[in-house]
Design a protein around this ligand. Sequence first.
Ligand code: GDP
Ligand code: IMO
Ligand code: MG
Length: 441
Amino acid sequence: MSNLIVVGAQWGDEGKGKVVDFLAGHFDIVARYNGGNNAGHTIAIGSRQFVLQLVPSGILRPDKVAVIGNGVVVDPVALRNEIETLEQKGISTAGRLFVSNRAHLIFPYHRLVETELENSPWRSKIGTTARGIGPAYEDKIGRRGIRAGDITEEAEFRCLLEMAVQEKQALLRAWGSKVLLDAAALAAESLRLCEFLKPMLIDASAYLQAEMKAGRSVLFEGAQGTMLDVDHGTYPYVTSSSATAGGACTGLGVPPTRISGVVGVSKAYTTRVGAGPFPTEENGAAGDRIRERGREFGSVTGRSRRCGWLDLPVLRYSAALNGLDSLIITKLDVLDELDEIPVCTDYECDGAVRKELPVRSSAWEQARPVYRTLPGWRQPTAGITRYEELPPAARDYLEFISNQLGLEVSIVSTGPERTQTIVRGGTRLEKLLAGSSPPRT
Ligand code: GDP
Ligand code: IMO
Ligand code: MG
């Protein structure tokens, strides 16, 4: 029995949804540990496409159980809509989607506060997804949040919401907002709305521990990516949760000793949405070409993703920080038409190569990428499922990445669809998967 963490190795949108859906076949339970409906995970199965935000990507396999952990912030409206959309598409979540009673809830005032903060002249504009994620995590850390389990005690819930609304009203008023909040109306509406949540609530930590003890395997699904992690990312241009592998333990209440391995997901190039450092960004035609071929537009906000070349310093950092056992490279096919492909091997700051990533935003701005240019393959790789069938230059590209990082590339994705996937034999990941349940669906 193996328990594996899947973590984004860059700035999110690496294709984690596709990877988790693919790997889920080997596991019994898929558990999400961080983020909220800021995430957008697009999964294609045959001609059908699904966009998941809160629901773990394992849900598309009918025999899997999906768990939303305490580290996730849950907007009940978003969750209900997502479940309804899934049901309309014939995916039943009944009896196999659970939510931690310790997960914090997002309320409409979180979005209002976020809008004020994003437009405030005293704060850096982060370019958030405007889903109220940051303010909900602020309330959690500030010890004034409201948790999913609180909906089961009506009087307590009303009291907690009354306090929260009073505080938010005072803040909004101080910032000059004319919005008037109504605690009683919001409590009544929330209690009615959250009825659907009640049967899903569990003590996720106790549940997962018991399941693992009984021999069931768990795939831990991270949202966002390493460079968006609140502690380890390009702060303050980050999200507000622990997106790195450590977040799986705190975000689900699972002991580190239960984790068998960690895989990182990276595109064959780099993208980022929102503001913040991005040394290998290409603002000109090269970036536009990647954006068009890779369809790099956000699945949550529809925003254009910023595009650029693969950044090995970021992946090196990510490999060390997450303790990656192996790397999964997605969207290789997007590079198919290029004559040559620059890869950033190091950063230069003040004329010297530096080994550590910058910490302060202004230091990030001074980081100049040092590129090695590799030949392109100029042949279609889309849909290839066997490593040996990749053009030699594409294999050289992957092997260059692997050698530079000292890390195996275990899976290569050659298209958005589930089956457009190469699984390399003899890898640590393959061995790890062999220790988990055999694929059933
Ligand atoms: P996530 O947030 O990490 O799950 O990634 P997103 O779903 O936000 O973005 C990845 C996008 O790339 C989605 O539209 C996927 O359908 C698509 N995708 C995933 N893998 C591949 C691939 O190998 N090739 C191509 N062309 N598209 C892919
Ligand atoms: P998935 O799981 C890419 C970015 C936002 C913004 C910053 C803070 O699909 O990879 P937030 O709304 O979280 O407070 O915004 O983080 N961001 C993401 N970028 N993929 C995501 O999730 C993201 N979730 C948040 O664009 O820059
Ligand atoms: Mg995404």
